[in-house]
Design a protein around this ligand. Structure first.
Ligand SMILES: Nc1nc2c(c(=O)[nH]1)N[C@H]1C(S)=C(S)[C@@H](COP(=O)(O)O)O[C@H]1N2
Ligand SMILES: [Mo]
Length: 446
């Protein structure tokens, strides 16, 4: 390691962990804050971030501009093992500590997302799978607005309550963040922090009602078995929740299975909460405890600016006071083109089959339009009903092209309240949430 006489404090692995320990959000920003570069989704560390990183490593980083977004330098790694995500295939790794990985659109083509293609968004350290015994796992229901706090084993949940299966769309509130200018700190998701698998479990409502919901209940909050990135057992990685109205919906599940198998470890095995249609941060993984609250839950990452947006439109780059922010509820209308894969060549004269999915938070999608001329004209695609409420909907269309050349296919969904996806990135917000701009792919007609 290069030594610098001015830098007497030789950086160690601790450097970065201490930074995260003090303030993970600030650390992320310091290390991963990106320059405003709309054309690029790569690293481009901010000058200040680069300096912090170089100081921590103890050397300059000549190829810093090549560093992928969110990459933690190998110098900080604690083991020599090659990095891979068990049970996952084809995901793009955005960050490896904590693990964050998204799915390229063409790998989301299945009607029901297979486990291997479900994105991963971790705020902390995954519980140790080797010591995790589902038979010993318990779920505690408590909180000041719970009449009879009770602890259940998974076997008891399975035995005492009716089982339900729903296909549920879960999308990270920060999906699409990479397109905001100026850039927002956090994982630079493009389009792949969304999935729609089938979950099986019991209704949160049934379990809460069995434990007694006091009249003053307004919110629920979850606690998971993962650890804060600092490793401090006194802190939660994340502890969010939803208002009672969402908690008591038919489709809000305490799930132990995904696609008729155990939930993958990275996605919350052996138990997770699933609140379809809302920011996936409300769907607590490795679920240990649910509290019924007489106020808005105040766990880690409930308070603004986390998962909150300004109450009014702001100019890009505006500093918004926390009291002017509100918690995100239902996610906005959105769609993906999952076939073909962007960049393909297609023969002139042959119709091109195009397909994908569309979803709209708590609402249904009522129309899906595609364009091959940059939005000047639109064709209505065939749109199917959802398998159940809060499942994404499949659409397909057959397109013809007038002549050879470069085209883009754009897709635009409209929800049951008449709201359409914007063609360009919607209202900027400090943390880069809710980008539901139209997805587009490139096609060469030859
Ligand atoms: N316990 C726990 N639950 C959690 C998280 C977490 O880090 N820990 N991340 C949340 C966030 S921000 C998202 S987007 C989803 C991601 O779910 P997935 O990793 O299964 O795709 O889980 C949510 N639930
Ligand atoms: Mo998220």
């Amino acid at each position: 390691m290069a030594s610098d006489s001015n830098n007497s404090k030789q950086p160690t692995h601790k450097g970065i962990h201490e930074l995260y320990n003090e303030d993970p959000i600030k650390a992320d920003k310091q290390l991963w804050g990106r320059e405003s570069d709309p054309g690029s989704r790569r690293g481009f560390l901010k000058r200040s971030g680069l300096l912090a990183m170089a100081t921590a490593i103890g050397a300059s980083i000549p190829f810093a501009r090549n560093m992928p977004a969110g990459l933690i330098p190998a110098a900080f790694a604690q083991s020599d093992e090659p990095f891979s995500l068990p049970g996952k295939e084809g995901l793009t790794i955005l960050n490896d500590r904590p693990i964050n990985a998204e799915t390229p659109p063409h790998l989301l083509d299945d009607e029901i997302t297979p486990a291997k293609h479900m994105f991963v968004r971790n705020n902390g350290l995954v519980p140790n799978i080797e010591t995790l015994d589902p038979a010993q796992w318990t779920l505690e229901i408590a909180g000041e607005s719970c009449e009879n706090p009770t602890t259940f084993t998974i076997a008891e949940l399975k035995e005492k309550f009716e089982h339900h299966s729903y296909q549920l769309t879960v999308e990270c509130g920060g999906n699409g963040r990479s397109e905001y200018v100026p850039a927002a700190s956090g994982n630079q998701w493009t389009t792949g922090a969304v999935a729609s698998p089938k979950f099986t479990g019991v209704r949160l409502r049934d379990v809460l009602e069995a434990c007694g919901i006091k009249k003053d209940a307004v919110y629920i909050g979850y606690y998971g078995g993962d650890l804060h990135p600092s490793g401090d057992p006194g802190k939660e990685a994340i502890s969010r929740g939803v208002p009672m109205s969402k908690a008591l919906e038919d489709e809000t599940l305490i799930a132990w299975a995904m696609n008729d198998e155990d939930i993958p470890v990275l996605n919350g095995h052996p138990l997770r909460l699933v609140c379809g249609g809302w920011p996936a941060s409300t769907s607590g993984k490795w679920l240990k405890k649910i509290v019924i609250r007489n106020r808005v839950h105040d766990g880690n990452k409930m308070a603004a600016p986390s998962y909150s947006v300004p109450k009014y439109a702001v100019a890009p780059g505006t500093q918004v006071p926390n009291e002017d922010m509100e918690i995100i509820h239902s996610m906005p209308v959105k769609s993906l083109i999952t076939f073909p894969k962007t960049g393909i060549s297609h023969e002139l004269g042959q119709p091109l089959q195009v397909r994908g999915h569309a979803w709209a938070g708590d609402l249904e999608v009522t129309e899906l339009h595609v364009s091959i001329d940059f939005g000047a004209t639109w064709h209505k695609a065939e749109l199917r009903k959802p398998a159940n409420r809060l499942a994404w909907q499949h659409w397909h269309s057959e397109l013809s092209f007038p002549e050879k050349g470069y085209y883009e296919i754009w897709a635009k969904a409209v929800d049951s309240e008449g709201k359409a996806q914007p063609m360009v990135v919607p209202g900027w917000n400090p943390k880069g949430y809710l980008n539901n701009a139209c997805h587009r792919i490139a096609v060469q007609i030859v």
